[in-house]
Structures are given as structure tokens and as C-alpha cells.
Design a protein around this ligand. Structure first.
Ligand code: GLC
Ligand code: MG
Length: 681
């Protein structure tokens, strides 16, 4: 390659030709003596003049480069650039810190989506044995996606003799063959994660099955397992250790002739209570938590937590009616459960479990969720304890069962009363949740009346916090009628009205045989509801005005509209018929007014005294699709019984600043419309 001299620019060739540099380089490379090197330097100085006429070029030797870089022409821009870079970096850092400091916490997956409860026996039977199974759920995962559901709680699938349909666990680390195999579970979990779904499983720390290995060893007084359960002296003929009764009725003590003592069971006699005061038992529970979390399960619904500890003194519980003969004390309603529920130490235990779960929550997007189940009825403050404290985390939320009482007195003010019970008692900043049905309680469409199902779904999906949906609620499934011979639930044995079978009937997928729950045989473990020809997923998917279509649109809206996700929730009105509230977010133009008629009559609601509302309100969605798009004056909003209206309006005038006592917010944030961001405020 020939290197040329072009228009006064000296290229590499000239440089190489320079004797001074050749010699200096050579001296360095060969390590020749210092005298010789000095001579070369002199030669170099002599040639400075020559270099001064050169222009800078790539690959130029250091000395020549230095000659240029000190000139103002090069130095000043360089310094300007340097300081500009420093300033930009600092500005960037400041902006980043400000953005981080001002950004509200992101909502977690269990806050964004409703929790959908799958009662496994009844959801989908893949192998035609009449009982739902894990593969069945896997076949139906798209159903959740269609409903815009992300979190799915599956009732117990542990190995079990099924006395209480899986709530009597024989092996906490195995899957019952009736539901499939561990491989099926792994496949289901992987597929759920692929589809962006989270799996919450049932966790039963209070008791095991009487067929569990630990119980066997305990009956045998194996020294390590002797105190795994709660044993007390008694014999076949002598009285029970005390008057405690089981949730399912009759004494909670059963004599075990093998060990010659009585054991405690707060549920069935086949469900002996574990002794969680024993550190070894606690460690077993923690090991099981690790086992499932390591598998990748996303959370637990902690079963029957208020029963976890009992008073060690085993004294009689006080009778509700002190005059009742002791032999007639047979139901849980006959006693005040001072010694068998909510004992001191219970929350320490749950917090210990929570801390174990947090270890697995650290990876981003991998938060492990905990919900607790405790029916505390009149004692709502006891339920709120499960939220933990600002410093000690416990459950993300205790299930809120108060709306299950809605049918007792269905009306606008009763709905508000039940909602308010939670909102006013919930610790500040915690996240609410709403339950209207589960595998232990009558379906609300049956107990409240079918006409209210849409209104109830609408309320659930527009209240602040996480709604739960018991399978079938999205299509308005109702209880089935059960004859004595069809009865499956052991809880119904003592008292048929306590049977939980009616709300556990097979999911209604389509109008085919067995409602599409299975199609291989004609058996289903419980009868299918006779209305399945019309009340089923397939039919309702095709019908835009169906309960299902409404559920889908409401849930889509709930997840896309910021006022529903993180906005204020304010009461507007509650009377015999109507419960009305609004959802608004500071800085967000769109706000939503809900007017829901839980009464038995048509109502004309006058909201003219609410100045913050515009004079005219347009219905974005009614539970009666005929009224979609209708315009109401705020002084005359008409609703029919069981009708819910969602009205969207645009304003920057906010209701909550003038009515702080009527309003709540959990994760407060404000919206900046111009740049479409949320910030702490
Ligand atoms: C919970 C379950 C219920 C079960 C009981 C005993 O309350 O929801 O179905 O029977 O615990 O485990
Ligand atoms: Mg217990």
C-alpha cells in the first residue's frame, strides 16, 4: 500500500520517515543505553519545528498529540465537552432519583386481578371419573384469560382420604391420584406461568388426616412424634377432657384406643389438630412451605387459621346460654370460643410463615402471596389482625366474608353497611378484598336472588381492592338441590342444612352432556344444575348482554382504568334501594359514579345535592344492556331492582377533598395527564 501526501496533509508515511521518531522507538524497543536515547531526544527537539506544520491524524505519536492538545483551540472545546457531560450525568441522576422518589409503588399481581377460586372436584373432569382434576384445569386455562383473570386459587390437591374432600391431608408433598400426579401439577404450573397466570394453593396448617404418617407415629407414642397432636387423658367411658365442640358438630375429642387417650379435632374426627406449640411441628410446616414455593407456586390461602392454637390449660369454654344442660352443647354456636380460636401466639406463627415466604418473594415479579381464612363474624377487629402491622408482615389480606351477609337484609344501606364494616376497620394503607361466595357458603345468586347477581358482580369489580370470584359466579350459577342420598359433604351429616354440596356442583361449560364438565361418562360426583342449557360459558360467550360478557367488560375496565385500580372510593348515597359510590383519581379527568339498586323496587335517585357531579350523567354500562348509553339528569337517576349503573363523567373537580369522612384510598397516587404518569402525592 502506498501512502501519499495530499494537499498539505502528512500521512503516516512522513511520520515513519521521520528519523527522530524512528530512533526513539528503536531505542525503547532494543533497550539501548541512555546516552544514545538522549541524543535521539535532541534530534526530536530539532524536528519540533517540522511537526508544528503537521495536522493531527489518527495514530499520531503521543508527543505530537500533546503538542496539539494543549492549544486553546483543542483544549477549550474539550473542557466544555467534559463539563457538559458531567452536568448531563448529574442531571440524569437527579431526574432518576426524583422519578424513583415520586413514583408510587407498583401494584402487585394479586392486587391487579381478581382471585378466581377453582373448587377442583367441580371445575373440569378430564378423565371422566366424575371428579374434576388438574388436567381439567389445564384444558380450561383460556377461560381465565378470557375473563382477564390472572390469579387462580385451587382448592387442595394433596393426597387425601377425602373425608373432607382434600382438607384432610395424608401427605402434604404429594398429589392425590384422583386429581392427577405431581407431573400433572408441574405441567399445569408451567402452563399457567407461560400464560401469565399465578397459582395460589390451599395450605392447611391446623390439621392433617388421621391417615397421615405423623398421626400414626403419634398414636404409637413414637418419641419424636408423641406431641405432634393434642392429646389428653380420657377413656371410652369417662367424660371427654372438656366441653369443646367441633365446627362440624359434637365433641371435638375422640378417644383413640390404640394410644388410650383422646385427641383434639376442631373439624372432623378424621382431621386431628396439629400441636403447633411443638417446634418440630412448626418446622415441618415451614418445610412444606419451602417445598411448594421452591416448586414455583405463587401463594397460599391459609386454611382455618383461627383454629391453629388452643389454650394448653384445656378449660371448658363458657356457654352462650349458661342454663343449657351441658349434654346439649353440641354446636359451635353454643360456646364462646375463648380457648379454641384466636389464641395468643397465633399471629407470631403466621408472621413466621410469612417471613419464610418473603425469602422467595425477592426476585422481581415473583411475589408470593398469602391470604388467610378466618370467620370472625361480629369480631371484625380479630380479622384485621391478620393484616399484620406496618413493621411485621402477615397476610396480604384476610378474606373479607362480610358481603356473604348481603342476602340477610338485601338493600342499598345494608350493602353500604357491610362494605363500610371493612373500610372503616381496615388498618390504614392496607388493601381490601371482597368475597360473595366460596365452597363453604351458599351461592349468592341463590341466597340473595338471581336478579341481583349482575349487580353484585358489578359492585365487586368496582369496589377498591381485590375481588374474589368463586367458579361459576361469572355466569350466575346457582346452588343445586340435593337429596339425602346424593349428599356428599360430611358437614351435612349432622345437619342437612349445613351441607356444602349445593354450592359445589359441576361447572357449567356448555349445553352438552354434564354441561361439558366431562363427556366420557354420565357420572358427576354431584348433580349438574338443571339450568345448564342456558347458564353456561359457551352460550354466554356468544351473548353480548350475558352475565359473563358483563363480567369480562367490567374486569377489563377495572384493570385498564386508573380510578378503579388506585383511585379514591367515596360513598355518595345509601337508602333502602340504592347504594351509590364513586371512584376518582387526582389529576385524572375521567371519574365513575356507580348507582346500584339492591332493593325490591324501582328507584329514582336524586343526587342534585352533590355539587361535584355534573348535571347530566351518561351510562357507560348498565347491568341491563338496554340502558347502556342512556343520559340521566343527576336529580333523576332511574334504576330497577337488581340494576347497576356505571356512569363515566369528565371533570377535574374532585369529591374527596370536601368529604374526607366519606372517602378511602389504599395506595394513594396522583396522575399527571400531560405526560401520562402516576406520582406520589
Ligand atoms: C376451611 C375450608 C373448609 C374445610 C375446613 C377444614 O374452612 O374452607 O372447606 O372443611 O377448613 O379444613
Ligand atoms: Mg388447632
Amino acid at each position: 500500500m502506498s501512502l501519499k501526501e495530499e494537499s498539505g496533509r502528512v500521512e503516516l508515511k512522513n511520520c515513519i520517515r521521520n528519523p527522530g521518531f524512528d530512533d526513539a522507538d528503536a531505542a525503547e524497543n532494543t533497550g539501548s543505553d541512555p546516552g544514545e536515547r538522549q541524543e535521539s531526544a535532541t534530534v526530536k527537539l530539532d524536528t519540533d519545528e517540522e511537526y508544528n506544520q503537521l495536522q493531527p491524524y489518527a495514530g499520531m505519536p503521543k508527543e505530537v498529540l500533546l503538542l496539539y492538545s494543549t492549544r486553546a483551540r483543542y483544549r477549550v472545546p474539550r473542557e466544555i465537552l467534559f463539563w457538559l457531560t458531567v452536568c448531563c450525568m448529574l442531571a440524569l441522576l437527579a431526574v432518576t432519583i426524583t422519578v424513583i422518589a415520586l413514583s408510587p409503588r407498583c401494584l402487585s399481581w394479586w392486587q391487579v386481578s381478581p382471585v378466581y377460586q377453582v373448587y377442583l372436584r367441580s371445575f373440569k373432569d378430564s378423565d371422566g371419573d366424575g371428579v374434576g382434576d388438574l388436567r381439567g384445569i389445564k384444558e380450561k386455562l383460556d377461560h381465565f384469560l378470557e375473563l382477564h383473570i390472572k390469579s387462580v386459587w385451587i382448592s387442595p390437591f394433596y393426597r387425601s382420604p377425602m373425608k373432607d374432600f382434600g382438607y384432610d391431608v395424608e401427605d402434604f408433598q404429594d398429589v392425590d391420584p384422583l386429581f392427577g400426579s405431581m407431573k400433572d401439577l408441574d405441567d399445569l404450573l408451567a402452563e399457567m406461568h407461560n400464560k401469565g397466570l399465578k397459582l395460589i394453593m390451599d395450605f392447611i396448617p391446623n390439621h392433617t388426616s388421621d391417615r397421615h404418617r405423623w398421626f400414626n407415629l403419634s398414636r404409637n407414642r413414637d418419641p419424636l412424634y408423641e406431641d405432634y397432636y393434642i392429646w389428653a387423658d380420657c377413656n371410652v367411658t369417662s367424660p371427654k377432657p372438656n366441653n369443646w365442640v367441633s365446627v362440624f358438630g359434637n365433641s371435638s375429642w375422640t378417644y383413640d384406643d390404640f394410644r388410650g387417650q383422646c385427641y383434639l379435632h376442631q373439624f372432623l374426627k378424621e382431621q386431628p389438630d396439629l400441636n403447633l406449640r411443638n417446634p418440630r411441628v412448626r418446622q415441618e410446616i415451614i418445610d412444606i412451605i419451602h417445598f411448594w414455593l421452591a416448586k414455583g407456586v405463587d401463594g397460599f390461602r391459609m386454611d382455618a387459621v383461627k383454629h391453629i392454637l388452643e389454650a394448653s390449660h384445656l378449660r371448658d369454654e363458657p356457654q352462650v346460654d349458661p342454663n343449657k344442660p351441658p349434654e346439649l352443647i353440641t354446636t359451635e354456636w353454643d360456646l364462646y370460643h375463648d380457648y379454641t380460636t384466636s389464641q395468643v401466639g397465633l399471629h407470631d406463627l403466621l408472621r413466621e410463615f410469612r417471613a419464610e415466604m418473603d425469602v422467595y418473594s425477592r426476585e422481581p415479579g415473583n411475589y408470593r402471596f398469602m391470604a388467610t381464612e378466618s370467620y370472625d363474624y361480629q369480631e371484625v377487629d380479630k380479622t384485621m389482625m391478620y393484616y399484620g402491622t406496618p413493621l411485621l408482615k402477615e397476610s396480604d389480606f384476610p378474606f373479607n366474608f362480610y358481603l356473604l351477609d348481603l342476602p340477610q337484609n338485601i338493600s342499598g344501606w345494608w350493602a353500604k353497611h357491610l362494605v363500610d364494616l371493612w373500610m372503616t376497620n381496615m388498618p390504614r394503607g392496607k388493601w381490601p378484598n371482597w368475597v360473595v361466595g366460596n365452597h363453604d357458603r351458599s351461592r349468592i345468586s341463590s341466597s340473595a336472588g338471581k336478579i341481583y347477581i349482575r349487580a353484585i358482580n358489578m359492585m365487586l369489580l368496582t369496589l377498591p381492592g381485590t375481588p374474589t370470584t368463586y367458579y361459576g359466579e361469572e355466569i350466575g350459577m346457582e346452588n343445586i338441590n340435593i337429596t339425602k342420598s346424593q349428599m356428599q359433604d360430611p358437614a351435612g351429616k349432622y345437619n342437612m342444612s349445613a351441607s356444602r354440596d349445593p354450592e359445589r356442583s359441576p361447572m357449567q361449560w356448555n349445553g352438552d352432556m354434564n354441561a361439558g364438565f366431562n363427556n366420557k361418562t354420565n357420572i358427576t360426583w354431584l348433580p349438574v344444575h338443571p339450568d345448564y342449557q342456558t347458564v353456561n360459558v359457551e352460550a354466554q360467550m356468544k351473548d353480548e348482554g350475558s352475565v359473563l360478557s358483563q363480567y369480562r367488560s367490567l374486569n377489563r375496565l377495572r384493570q385498564s382504568e386508573l380510578p378503579f385500580q388506585r383511585g379514591w372510593f367515596c360513598y355518595i348515597l345509601a337508602d333502602t334501594n340504592v347504594f351509590s359510590y364513586l371512584r376518582e383519581l387526582d389529576g385524572h379527568k375521567r371519574a365513575y359514579l356507580m348507582v346500584i339498586n339492591f332493593g325490591k323496587q324501582s328507584a329514582t335517585t336524586d343526587l342534585s345535592s352533590i355539587q361535584e357531579l355534573p348535571a347530566d350523567l351518561k351510562v357507560l354500562m348498565s347491568t341491563n344492556p338496554v340502558n347502556d348509553g342512556k343520559l340521566f339528569q343527576k336529580s333523576r337517576i332511574l334504576t330497577e331492582p337488581g340494576e347497576g349503573l356505571m356512569m363515566q363523567y369528565s371533570t377535574y373537580t374532585r369529591f374527596h377533598p370536601n368529604h374526607p369522612a366519606e372517602c378511602f384510598v389504599s395506595e394513594k397516587a396522583c396522575y399527571m395527564e400531560t405526560i401520562d404518569i402516576l406520582y406520589k402525592c
